[in-house]
Design a protein around this ligand. Structure first.
Ligand SMILES: [Zn+2]
Length: 97
């Protein structure tokens, strides 16, 4: 079965934020506060609005983000494309390790 008929192409008017793997990230404690400030153990990690405002705004609004497997077109690694049609934003995740 062919998962993708067409290679993903950035739609007109959409912005590609690149690979999330390379973004700056921080650790949060169990309360959702910055672990580096509270000194509590790391619980989760994520991104700060000052570093990645568009992504964080989208996440805050809990938009319905589409997920597209674009990896069939790469020679190595994977490429999962996330598309928010409300923000007109696109970002990628390489989950190959
Ligand atoms: Zn959005």
């Amino acid at each position: 079965m062919i998962k993708n008929q067409n290679r993903f192409v950035l739609p007109d008017g959409y912005k590609d934020l690149g690979y999330q793997n390379g973004w700056r990230y921080v650790y949060f404690d169990e309360d959702g506060n910055l672990a580096s400030e509270t000194g509590k153990p790391n619980k989760t990690f994520g991104h700060l609005p000052k570093d990645h405002p568009e992504y964080c705004a989208c996440k805050d609004k809990k938009h319905n983000v589409r997920e597209i497997d674009n990896g069939a077109y790469l020679n190595r690694g994977t490429d999962t494309v996330y598309v928010c049609d409300e923000c007109k934003l696109v970002w990628h995740v390489d989950s190959s390790g």
